[in-house]
Design a protein around this ligand. Structure first.
Ligand code: OOG
Ligand code: NI
Length: 323
């Protein structure tokens, strides 16, 4: 492994354990995401159908949302990934959203994107981004609602990966009243109450596509031309201060959800994101075919993330209703 990777803060971690099993779990999580979010699936199919036949979609990262109640937070979901060789990386704090997040770098496997090794969950392993709602900072009423559901789940949080792979929250369905009350204070919390450990979004690595769509601006335009509605919070393209991390997202799908008290309502589920990681200035001279993922801008950016997470907000979703 190269010195360049080390300089970039990239740790060389080896995959641990049964890779086929790990990928089966990841594929099940992906299956839940694709089957319940028709827009995410359609956008992926659109990209696949438009690029040349040997092109593949690589996932930049996969995101989960958790509740900051002891035993239910970031660590509950992280455990599965750490057990197979993922490495803990940076924490980001979002005071205005009462959120804390951490991301995890994937271990090395043989798969690289675009060479016939497989795409999606079969491709290069994605970064894992896990958010945690700081429940202690919410009102006593909101805390009470959340704790009612976490408590009824017993030891369920020890099986977060299983819950995600099955698409089944570890607690019983919320009542519409509880969901609404919590949503009025934290839409983020209400989302977790309804969907639990299901994948919140998958981000496609634009820079790993082979066609002209590898430029995120071209990709955004292409998808928008097909009628999909982007999250315009802070503008369509979210750009890190160093200019090297570019992100955008199509707003979440609405799904029909049957609450415990028999009420059925349409609520936001998952969304799809796009990421372009530019080559770091010190590797600008490298010929394109020699550029590896670790030569590119790594990590996440707080300013971008604040805007991306609005992809499930009422405010952004109203834009589709108006379109
Ligand atoms: C997380 C949003 C942040 C990113 O790539 O910065 C994010 C969320 O919606 O919970 O995914
Ligand atoms: Ni993301």
């Amino acid at each position: 492994f190269s010195a360049a990777a080390a300089q970039n803060g990239h740790q060389d971690s080896k995959f641990q354990g049964g890779e086929s099993f790990f990928r089966s779990v990841l594929k099940s999580m992906e299956g839940v995401y694709l089957s319940r979010n028709p827009t995410a699936k359609a956008v992926m199919d659109l990209i696949r159908s438009s690029v040349h036949s040997d092109d593949q979609i690589c996932y930049d990262h996969v995101t989960f949302r958790t509740l900051g109640v002891k035993g239910y937070g970031i660590e509950s979901m992280a455990k599965f990934f750490l057990d197979f060789g993922y490495v803990e990386r940076d924490e980001l704090i979002f005071p205005a959203k009462k959120l804390k997040t951490r991301w995890f770098a994937p271990p090395n496997t043989e798969n690289s994107c675009g060479n016939g090794n497989g795409d999606g969950a079969n491709g290069p392993l994605p970064r894992i981004f896990i958010a945690e709602l700081q429940v202690d900072e919410l009102s006593p009423q909101a805390q009470e609602i959340i704790k009612k559901y976490t408590e009824m789940s017993g030891k369920g949080s020890q099986h977060a990966a299983l819950a995600s792979a099955l698409g089944s929250p570890i607690w019983e369905k919320p009542s519409y009243t509880d969901f609404q009350k919590l949503a009025s204070e934290s839409e983020y919390g209400a989302w977790i109450l309804a969907h639990g450990y299901a994948i919140n979004h998958v981000a496609i690595a634009a820079h790993r596509l082979e066609s002209h769509l590898k430029n995120i601006k071209t990709l955004n335009q292409f998808i928008e031309d097909h009628g999909y509605i982007f999250n315009y919070e802070g503008g369509l393209l979210k750009e890190s201060p160093d200019g090297l991390l570019l992100q955008s997202s199509v707003i979440a799908d609405m799904v029909s959800f049957e609450f415990a008290d028999g009420i059925t309502e349409s609520i936001p589920f998952a969304y799809i994101e796009f990421v372009e990681r530019l080559v770091l200035p010190q590797y600008k001279h490298l010929p394109h075919q020699e550029v590896k993922e670790y030569h590119r801008r790594d990590g996440f950016e707080i300013g971008n993330a604040y805007k991306i997470m609005e992809s499930t907000s009422k405010h952004q979703l109203a834009r589709r209703a108006a379109a």
